[in-house]
Design a protein around this ligand. Structure first.
Ligand code: SF4
Length: 313
């Protein structure tokens, strides 16, 4: 018996048929047949950074999810506080694959979920004191932690808690970087703005703060690779086999120190162009680091095609 496999276009049509007209129209923007030619030109017709109707196959995250889950979550030797009510922290706990090497509780803290678990009194009187106490407890419980980030959830922004002041005070008191990240979920229509807020916080509070004892002519950084499928690991192996030395991964399986010394790279290799191109431009302007767009996986599939968004040195 032969099995007839419907074309992808037909499958999409049948899927959409189930919806009333208005919903069908909105949801159609989120489906597209995978077209190698379109991909090769860098054109993707799927609309992703727009408001979507919640439901099957059109779920989306929030700015907090983009910051905590994608950019800060992979920085393994820090603890990232989900600051606000318990739900955001609970649902973002280990749902994103922040793959990390290291020993849990010693050099890697990614599986820890620390939240300020806001209650009604915190909403009424503010959560600053509680946040300070959490920072102190983190250092007491995990003395090897290298830094803390504060990931704000919606209510924190709504009540106007001053996380910047807490972070400043705690950095001084605890002697490790405590970074405020105002990534409240309501700030954007998708996770995307959360990526930018998170990367801005790294730029403003972390970048350029460390030094590299010995630098070499082949020192490079991988920028915008969040190791979501273990891809930063594969990229690093490939680059090091070419003879380059990867001194920093921003931020997949990365460390705080790697982000602090990233400005000593001789070349930035950017993987996720959309979330990080402006960071590369900033590093080029501030530190004179040239950058180049790489797409190692596509390059492996068809190494004759130029990498998307590549920029000549
Ligand atoms: S939108 Fe706000 S409340 Fe909802 S998960 Fe994101 S941060 Fe939490």
């Amino acid at each position: 018996m032969s099995v007839v496999i419907p074309s992808p276009g037909k499958v999409i049509e049948e899927l959409l048929e189930a919806y009333p007209e208005k919903t069908r129209k909105q949801r159609a923007k989120h489906f597209e047949v995978n077209d190698a030619e379109k991909q090769a030109t860098g054109k993707c017709a799927i609309k992703s950074n727009i408001k979507s109707r919640p439901g099957v196959m059109t779920v989306r995250g929030c700015a907090y999810a983009g910051s905590k889950g994608v950019v800060w979550g992979p920085i393994k030797d820090m603890i990232h506080i989900s600051h606000g009510p318990i739900g955001c922290g609970q649902y973002s706990w280990a749902t994103r694959r922040n793959y990390q090497n290291g020993v849990l509780g010693v050099s890697s803290f990614g599986a820890m979920q620390i939240t300020s678990d806001f209650q009604e009194t915190d909403i009424v009187f503010g959560g600053d004191k509680k946040l300070e106490q959490i920072c102190r407890e983190i250092v007491e419980l995990f003395p090897l932690v290298k830094g803390i980030s504060i990931q704000s959830e919606c209510p924190v922004g709504l009540i106007g808690d001053d996380i910047d002041a807490v972070a400043k005070k705690m950095t001084k008191e605890l002697g490790i970087p405590v970074v405020p990240v105002a990534c409240e979920g309501f700030r954007g229509v998708s996770q995307s703005l959360g990526h930018h807020i998170a990367n801005d916080a790294i730029r403003d509070h972390v970048m350029g703060k460390g030094d590299l004892p010995e630098s070499g002519p082949y020192d490079v950084s991988i920028i915008g690779d969040y190791n979501i499928g273990g891809d930063a690991w594969a990229s690093r192996i490939l680059l090091e086999e070419m003879g380059l030395r990867v001194i920093s991964q921003w931020s997949g399986d990365g460390t705080l120190n790697e982000l602090m010394i990233g400005h000593r790279s001789r070349l930035n290799l950017i993987h996720c162009y959309r979330s990080m191109n402006y960071i590369c431009t900033t590093m080029e302007e501030q530190y004179g680091i040239p950058w180049y767009g790489v797409q190692l996986f596509r390059s492996l599939q068809n190494h004759r095609q130029p990498a998307r968004h590549c920029r000549p040195l």
